[in-house]
Ligand binder design. Structure first.
Ligand SMILES: [Fe+2]
Length: 385
């Protein structure tokens, strides 16, 4: 059997196997299979020029990722977990990042099999913002230091754009409407004329923040994440507690919903009217329905047949299920990634940096900054047509 036929057979078998995988894994696996197949098919052993970057991130996770021409060579990360019932602690988070970052840099370099960083790494991307000031500062300082040590360019990346570009890379989505849902951001985005335009967003707190804060009321563990623990409880919810449904045009409001459930939960649980599971279920169903509504409206407006979900809350299988139902009704494709790439990671900053550097976007060290507020639509996306 020729090499190409062998590859084709392998490709078909793996595709068949991938259909049995969990929903979020299947997208990733199918893409990897296709890439492997295409690599085998070409069989040219031709190597494009090497581009390697890394990046750090902006809240309770710190990661270092190395990418070469869109291939993730390494992507280690570390998370600061606040005690149960408590939220972010910026100072301790920054302390954690300070303690972990050099180990992560070393680990990333070793995993990527880099022996001479000054020669093999073409640039360093770091998170310019948005995020918490103190953690951002750690990434910026280390990135600036290493750029000077190795005499290579520095690339300031918008965290949200990092999520979008990583999602496009991993799933193969071409020009999707993006639902970006995390602890700090909730936006519906579509690309137009060199900007990632925000079609709709939360007008107060982010959806991840809403879920996390309810997890604090229930004193849920922050490990692996409060949102994940809400999702597990919600799977066993039976009864829907009536919560406000706050869609305002293309925007949503979540703080009133949170106040309502925070105020009522202790009494409802104590008198046995609703269980913790019921309340997690009710909160998820309500806020996810709101997100799907504005996302669908953005897809209808742009005529897009692709939806990409990114950000930490994008791992939530119930949200993915609701998005899949909406997409299938519209004949559209849903693209989602698993927790390796949808939760904050270094490789996503590296990927955006890789695209930016290829377009000549870099900064002088003396002019490099970081900022807590940096909107997705402030970035000039000159690497796209
Ligand atoms: Fe994020």
């Amino acid at each position: 059997m020729s090499r190409n036929l062998e590859a084709l057979k392998l490709y078909r078998n793996l595709l068949k196997y991938s259909k049995n995988l969990q929903f979020s894994d299947a997208f990733f696996v199918r893409r990897r299979i296709r890439e492997e197949f295409e690599k085998n098919l070409e069989a040219t052993e031709k190597r494009a020029e090497i581009l390697i970057k890394w990046g750090q991130r902006s809240a309770n996770k710190i990661g270092v990722g190395i990418i070469r021409n869109g291939e993730v060579l390494s992507n280690p990360r570390s998370t600061f977990h606040a005690p149960p019932g408590e939220g972010f602690r910026p100072t301790e988070t920054a302390q954690h990042h300070k303690q972990q970052i050099l180990r992560l840099v070393q680990e990333a370099i070793i995993q990527a099999k880099i022996t001479n960083p000054a020669k093999e790494i073409d640039g360093i991307a770091y998170t310019k913002g948005p995020g918490m000031g103190a953690p951002l500062q750690i990434g910026a300082i280390v990135a600036r230091t290493l750029c000077q040590a190795w005499s290579i360019p520095l690339i300031p990346v918008n965290h949200c754009v990092g999520h979008i570009e990583m999602g496009r890379l991993i799933t193969g989505a071409d020009n999707p409407v993006v639902l970006y849902v995390s602890g700090g951001n909730t936006q519906v985005i579509s690309y137009s004329n060199r900007k990632y335009r925000i079609f709709g967003e939360t007008i107060d707190i982010a959806v991840g923040n809403c879920l996390d804060r309810f997890a604090r009321v229930l004193k849920l563990d922050n490990n692996p994440s409060p949102g994940y623990n809400i999702e597990q409880l919600a799977k066993n919810g039976q009864k829907l507690f009536d919560l406000p449904y706050a869609v305002k045009g293309m925007d949503i409001s979540l703080s009133g919903i949170l106040s309502q459930i925070e105020k009522n939960a202790p009494k409802l649980i104590e008198n046995g009217e609703f269980s913790r599971e019921d309340l997690c279920f009710s909160l998820q169903e309500t806020v996810f329905a709101m997100l799907i509504e504005i996302t669908e409206r953005a897809m209808a407006h742009t005529g897009s047949q692709e939806l990409l979900i990114v950000g930490g809350v994008g791992c939530n299988l119930r949200l993915q299920e609701m998005a899949a139902a909406m997409c299938s009704e519209r004949g559209a494709h849903l693209f989602a990634t698993d927790e390796r790439f949808c939760i904050d990671n270094g490789a996503m900053i590296a990927r955006a940096g890789e695209l930016m550097l290829a377009s000549g976007l870099k900064t002088e060290i003396s002019k490099s900054t970081f900022t807590q507020r940096y909107r997705t639509d402030q970035v000039n996306v000159i690497w796209r047509d």
